[in-house]
Design a protein around this ligand. Structure first.
Ligand SMILES: [Zn+2]
Ligand SMILES: [Zn+2]
Length: 352
């Protein structure tokens, strides 16, 4: 099998060839049909996140082992199953939930398997889908996509689940406007799911006019320039006093400032994006204004099932998806890094 791997942090992915593995135990081997390219792949290839204040979070210190095949938004066709893998057969097309958990730690047992204390996520801690074949440890991570096109379903694994998990944290989703910061792949997916979930209205903030246009076309009630000096006041005006909920898909020092400063009393700032940085807040107002700052990371297996149920009932989120051959992966990642991608880029198998 062929795979594209991070061999040295900060360098382009390298093509490697290895014998295709045989599934053991509960493992399932899939032929990759579609693999979405996520912004966090750039951080994984770099090997670090920016913690702000000159500090870096090294992924190798956190258990990432090289070489690593990236790719955590995958749809594949089952080609072989281990002797203990029940419920799937060769020929089945499945979406792969990449957030592989231990199933036994306290966090898993309370149902937050996506926050497992010993994550073995596909494409992050285990080899992912920028490859011909992908091994999944257990059929519980495989979700039937019916006859959905693989390249349209693949982004549900991270982009879809991550935005769904964030939207589920907004108690005022259907009664008040939700502010969405960032109209890249995640922001547009969030906007689409927000509508499907019966969201009241969405105010989208982005510094890029092309992405603001995409958000407007996707049904945002208002779009604001995140670089405007009065963007916070604009949000306060549009929400008649401050946002009840802000979901931040950028996660930079600047976006956090906007999101947090826009809140009304009792409001909630949900941070999802991993751009990096830090921000300083005064403590008394958190108490006096009863504010919530909440992180959100992907979603649980239960939420994945709920998301696919929503998609079955209401159709796929209409997010722009473009496909490129797997062999173009480094060019696609360069485009993403340069901010040139609107919606989602999905890699499809090379035709050889
Ligand atoms: Zn991702
Ligand atoms: Zn666990």
């Amino acid at each position: 099998m062929r795979m594209f791997q991070v061999c040295t942090c900060g360098q382009p992915l390298q093509l490697a060839e290895q014998p295709t593995p045989e599934p053991q135990g509960t493992e399932v081997l899939l032929k990759v049909l579609a693999a979405g390219v996520c912004h966090s792949d750039l951080h994984l290839a770099d090997g670090w996140f920016d913690l702000g204040g000159g500090q870096r979070l090294s992924l190798q210190d956190r258990g990432m082992k090289l070489p690593l095949t990236l790719g955590h938004e995958n749809v594949g066709e089952v080609v072989a199953v281990g002797p203990d893998a029940a419920g799937v057969r060769p020929g089945d097309r499945r979406l792969v939930d990449p957030w592989i958990c231990c199933g036994t730690c306290a966090v898993c047992l309370r149902g937050d398997d996506n926050l497992c204390t010993a994550m073995r996520s596909i494409g992050i801690f285990a080899n992912g889908g920028y490859a011909d074949y992908l091994m999944v440890p257990h059929p519980r991570y495989l979700f039937d996509i019916g006859d959905l096109p693989p390249e349209r379903a693949a982004p549900l694994a991270c982009s879809g689940l991550t935005t769904f998990g964030a939207l589920k944290k907004v108690p005022t989703l259907t009664s008040e406007p939700t502010v969405i910061i960032g109209a890249g792949g995640l922001g547009l997916m969030c906007l689409a799911l927000h509508r499907k979930m019966g969201g009241h209205s969405a105010i989208v903030v982005d510094i890029d006019p092309v992405k603001r246009d995409a958000a407007r076309q996707a049904g945002a009630a208002a779009v604001l320039d995140g670089a405007a000096p009065d963007v916070v006041q604009q949000i306060v005006n549009l929400t008649h006093g401050g946002a009840w909920a802000v979901i931040d898909f950028v996660g930079s020092s600047a976006s956090a400032r906007i999101g947090y400063d826009s809140l009304i009393k009792g409001g909630k700032y949900v941070i999802v994006g991993l751009y990096g940085g830090d921000f300083t807040v005064s403590l008394p107002p958190i108490a006096m204004r009863a504010l919530t700052i909440q992180g959100s990371y992907t979603g649980s297996l239960h939420e994945m099932a709920e998301l696919l149920d929503l998609v079955r009932r209401t159709g796929l989120p209409p997010v722009p998806v473009a496909t490129r051959p797997l062999d173009d992966v480094n060019a696609v990642m360069a485009d993403l890094r340069a901010g040139k991608v609107v919606g989602r880029m999905v890699l499809t198998p090379a035709s050889h």
